[in-house]
Design a protein around this ligand. Structure first.
Ligand code: NAP
Length: 236
C-alpha cells in the first residue's frame, strides 16, 4: 500500500488530498497544526483506518523533528507539501499590508517562514523516508503568482514566498536527483478554498483529482519543474 504525508490537512486542498488518497486505498499521514480544531479531518479518519493524524506546525523545528523521529523506520512514497498561508485573513481586507508603501514586515516574515522555510524544513527532515520508498516523490503546492514571467499580482509577501520556494525546490531537486527522488512544484489553479473566498473558479475536488492524476504521470525527468494542476508548464 503506497503512503502519502499531507501537511495542512485540516481544510481546503489538504483535507481533500487526504479524502481522495484514503479512498484510493493509500496509507495517509494527515498532518495539521491543531487536529482538535478540524472536525472534518477527525470524521474522515474515523471512516478510514488508513488515516493517521499527526500534529504539525511546519514552522516549528522541534515539531518537525519529532514527527521525523516518530516516523523513523517507515517510508513515504509521496510527500505533499500543501500547508501554506497568504497572510492575515480575510485576505482582501488585509491585502494593503502586502503592498509597497504600507508593508507589514511581520506579516511578510510569517508568510516566508511558513511557505518557504517551513516547506523546506519538512522536506529536509523527511527526505530519507521518501528516498527509502518505492515512488520517491515530493510535491510542493506553489502558485502561478510566484512566477516572475506570468504574474504581476501585487501581494509582496505571498508571491515572493512562493517564488523563493520555487527557487529552493529547484536546487533541492538537483541535490536529491541522484537518490531517485522527484521534486515538482505544482499550482492547483484558482481554487475555492478559504484562501480564495471570492472569484475562484475551480472546485477543490476537481483540482485535487487533477493533481493526483498529474502526480501519477511524473517521472524523474519532471524533477525541478513548475507545473499547473493540468500538467502545463508554468514559466518561471
Ligand atoms: N486555493 C488556491 O487558489 C491556491 C492557489 C495557488 C496555490 N495554493 C496553495 O495551495 C496550498 C493549500 O491552500 P488552500 O487553498 O487549501 O488554503 P487553506 O484552505 O487556507 O488551507 C491552508 C492549510 O495550510 C495550513 N497551514 C497554514 N499555515 C500552517 C503552518 N504554519 N503549519 C501547518 N499548517 C499550516 C492551514 O492550517 P489551519 O487550518 O490550522 O490554518 C490549512 O490546513 C497552499 O500552499 C496555497 O498557497 C492555493
Amino acid at each position: 500500500m503506497p503512503s502519502v504525508l499531507v501537511t495542512g490537512a485540516s481544510q481546503g486542498l489538504g483535507l481533500e488530498f487526504v479524502r481522495q488518497y484514503a479512498s484510493a486505498g493509500w496509507q495517509v499521514i494527515a498532518c495539521c497544526r491543531n487536529p482538535a480544531s478540524s472536525p472534518a479531518l477527525q470524521a474522515l479518519a474515523q471512516g478510514h483506518e488508513t488515516i493517521r493524524i499527526e500534529p504539525l506546525e511546519i514552522t516549528a523545528g522541534g515539531q518537525v523533528n519529532d514527527l521525523a523521529r516518530r516516523l523513523a523506520g517507515s517510508t513515504i512514497d509521496l510527500l505533499l507539501n500543501n500547508a501554506g498561508t497568504m497572510g492575515t485573513l480575510p485576505f482582501a481586507a488585509n491585502l494593503e499590508r502586502q503592498h509597497f508603501g504600507s508593508i507589514d514586515y511581520e506579516l511578510w516574515d510569517e508568510v516566508f517562514r511558513t511557505n518557504t522555510l517551513g516547506t523546506v524544513r519538512v522536506t529536509e527532515a523527511l527526505l530519507d523516508l521518501v528516498a527509502a520508498s518505492v515512488q520517491k516523490r515530493v510535491i510542493c503546492l506553489s502558485s502561478t503568482t510566484g512566477s516572475i514571467a506570468e504574474s504581476r499580482r501585487q501581494a509582496l509577501a505571498y508571491t515572493t514566498s512562493k517564488a523563493a520556494l520555487n527557487k529552493a525546490m529547484t536546487l533541492i531537486a538537483d541535490h536529491v536527483r541522484p537518490r531517485g527522488v522527484t521534486v515538482t512544484l505544482v499550482c492547483p489553479g484558482y481554487v475555492k478554498t478559504r484562501m480564495n473566498v471570492g472569484g475562484a473558479t475551480i472546485e477543490v475536488a476537481e483540482s485535487v483529482a487533477a493533481i493526483r492524476a498529474l502526480v501519477d504521470r511524473l517521472t524523474l525527468a519532471d524533477s525541478g519543474r513548475f507545473l499547473r494542476y493540468n500538467g502545463e508548464a508554468i514559466a518561471w
